[in-house]
Design a protein around this ligand. Structure first.
Ligand code: ZN
Length: 280
């Protein structure tokens, strides 16, 4: 997926392709300046927004596979956040905790069933109760398998129901994680910092926020620095939606179809930081 960004030297638009790492080393085709765009967004968020866009554009089948991938990556995000949160209270420093986590995750990284097992345990340890929402019905596993593995052509309403279910589950777990999610965000910042430390001095680093649907619900969709509406009372608390479909519909109304527009909004390219090298 391409996203537009802006050259920090000549301020003209440059189109970049979303990288797995969220780190993009670019050369401006207009003026030749080298710069590095770091997108503060997690894989599950990127995937969920892609799924939403596919759904809007009428690619129902592709949307299902993408929503399913978003959910899997969210389970990984949850495990990382929960483990790092727990280790933050121990003796190990952050880099050591991160290395231990990566060394453990590699045993499950190739198989989603193993990852689900790890998520289940992480949930039990953090919340003190079983993840009873992990039933095939609740996860829409049958529907997903019919579409992804057996070539079934889903109707749009079915995809919307599935998307709503995935959205509600992630949204609920993010709410439970609360501040704990910051630990996984910190891991991304650590990767960014390691990349920045290797950048030559003439390369400018640019941080971007692309709100997407989950951040939009939490932070009102505003980039940091702009007048952010009451962070303390998320929209979800104003008048609780009665079911998954309503939760999803509300989030879509708030943010969904506007994704392309949002990605082009230069005000979201919040922080220009000249000079490369170190932060702060
Ligand atoms: Zn340029």
């Amino acid at each position: 997926m391409l996203f537009p960004t802006r050259c920090p030297e000549c301020a003209r638009e440059v189109r970049a392709e979303f990288a797995d790492s969220a780190v993009h080393d670019l050369t401006c085709p207009h003026c030749g300046a080298e710069f590095c765009v770091l997108v503060r967004k997690h894989k599950f968020e990127v995937l969920f927004d892609l799924g939403t866009r596919a759904l809007m554009d009428g690619y129902a089948r592709e949307a299902v596979a993408t929503f399913a991938a978003a959910l899997e990556r969210f389970f990984e995000f949850y495990v990382r956040a929960a483990v790092l949160e727990r280790m933050a209270d121990g003796e190990t420093e952050f880099a050591g905790a991160l290395a231990a986590l990566d060394g453990t995750w590699k045993h499950v990284s190739a198989q989603s069933e193993r990852q689900l097992g790890m998520f289940a345990l992480a949930y039990l340890l953090r919340e003190g109760r079983p993840p009873d929402f992990l039933t095939p019905q609740a996860l829409g596993s049958d529907f997903r398998n019919r579409v992804v593995h057996r070539g079934a052509l889903p109707r749009r309403e079915e995809v919307e129901t599935y998307a709503a279910r995935v959205f509600a589950l992630i949204d609920r777990l993010l709410t439970e994680l609360g501040e704990g999610a910051a630990h996984a965000a910190l891991a991304q910042e650590a990767e960014f910092a390691a990349h920045l430390a290797r950048l030559p001095g003439h390369v400018t680093a640019v941080f971007e926020e692309h709100p997407g649907m989950f951040r939009a619900r939490r932070f009102g969709g505003e980039a940091p620095g702009k007048a952010a509406p009451d962070k303390a009372s998320p929209t979800s608390r104003a008048a609780p939606p009665r079911n998954d479909a309503q939760t999803f519909a509300r989030a879509l109304a708030e943010r969904g179809p506007g994704l392309e527009h949002l990605l082009r909004d230069p005000s979201l390219q919040d922080r220009f930081w000249k000079g490369g090298g170190r932060r702060s």
